[in-house]
Design a protein around this ligand. Structure first.
Ligand SMILES: NC(=O)c1ccc[n+]([C@@H]2O[C@H](COP(=O)([O-])OP(=O)(O)OC[C@H]3O[C@@H](n4cnc5c(N)ncnc54)[C@H](OP(=O)(O)O)[C@@H]3O)[C@@H](O)[C@H]2O)c1
Length: 301
């Protein structure tokens, strides 16, 4: 099996460069190999490589900046994805693509299912939803994994930001009225590899389409920050802010360019049934990541 990966330098992309090689020949591409702002570059790459599977982990992910750069966000998150889908349909392959909890409007307090109505509150969510629709409408065989609150040992993410701030600030305030599941990029990449292996191996591949892929359980950004602090403290990391001085505040006290959904819970029943995977509680991968990062800070770590 030949796999072209786009977005190899992002959080999920980097983890996919670890989980995909056992499945076949991997051609891992970054911005230099295919700039998604130039959909023709994507077309040229896919025609030259003619892969069996395209995995797209590239995206315009700057949620607030997207409000002032909607055209760039749309080109990368929708138009370029549409070109991938067209090319994959022509090749008769599979497209594996990632989307977001931000396609939903955040009402209610249950986990959203794949069939639930969407209603993005911001430009990023709207462009990601447009990308999903172009994939579905192209008729290409595909898997779209909607995930949430992604973090990794590398890259720009909430977990790494909080860990840094815990050593710098005296107090922290974090919003507690947005609820979701922090999901490790490594977990997303591992589940993606399980799913792609099934596509290749089975004479009756699992049904394509949309799948929600997120850790089990849910918390607020505030609860997430407190677990990061508690784990770091238990590992002996000196903190200027102990967990109890991380204060809960409402989103209304933190105006941001893009509105966020209050409820980002994703129901993963369909994913677990189709691919036989179990999503662990969100705390497991958060704790493991904090422990690795704290250990790496130590001399010789
Ligand atoms: N991050 C989250 O919290 C979150 C939540 C839900 C869903 N998702 C979805 O999960 C997927 C993976 O996200 P992530 O967190 O891994 O994102 P990320 O760390 O921000 O990485 C995105 C990657 O896309 C690349 N990229 C951006 N513009 C590009 C362009 N014009 N041409 C080529 N490459 C370009 C970036 O390249 P450079 O490295 O060169 O900048 C980067 O490597 C995305 O589909 C995202 O929408 C993410």
């Amino acid at each position: 099996m030949k796999i072209v990966l786009l977005g190899r330098d992002g959080q999920v992309g980097r983890e996919l460069t670890r989980t995909l090689p056992p499945l076949g020949r991997l051609v891992a591409c970054g911005r230099a190999q295919a700039d998604l702002e130039r959909p023709d570059a994507v077309r040229t790459l896919l025609r030259r490589e003619a892969p069996d599977v395209v995995v797209n982990a590239a995206a315009y992910t700057a949620v607030d900046r997207a409000e002032s750069e909607p055209d760039a966000a749309r080109r990368i998150n929708a138009e370029a994805v549409g070109v991938m889908a067209e090319e994959v349909a022509r090749l008769g392959g599979w497209l594996v693509h990632y989307s977001t909890d931000y396609v939903f409007d955040g009402t209610g307090d249950g986990g959203r299912r794949e069939t639930d109505p969407t209603g993005p509150l911001n430009t990023y969510g709207a462009t990601k939803l447009a990308g999903e629709r172009l994939v579905a409408d192209s008729g290409c065989r595909h898997l779209i994994f909607r995930t949430s609150w992604v973090y990794a040992d590398h890259g720009a993410n909430f977990l790494r930001t909080i860990l840094a701030l815990l050593g710098e600030r005296e107090e922290l305030s974090v919003v507690d009225d947005q609820i979701g599941a922090p999901t490790a990029a490594a977990r997303i990449a591992a589940v993606s590899a399980v799913a792609i292996a099934r596509l290749a191996a089975a004479d009756r591949p699992p049904p394509g389409g949309l799948y929600h892929l997120a850790a089990a359980g849910a918390t607020s950004w505030h609860g997430y920050a407190r677990l990061i602090a508690a784990t770091a403290a238990a590992a002996g990391r000196p903190l200027r802010v102990p967990p109890e001085r991380i204060h809960a505040v409402p989103s209304s006290s933190r105006p941001q360019a893009a509105r966020r959904p209050a409820n980002s819970r994703l129901d993963t029943t369909r994913l677990q049934a189709a691919f036989g995977v179990t999503m662990p509680p969100w705390q497991d991968d958060v704790r493991a990541t904090v422990l690795r990062l704290v250990a790496a800070e130590r001399p010789g770590g």
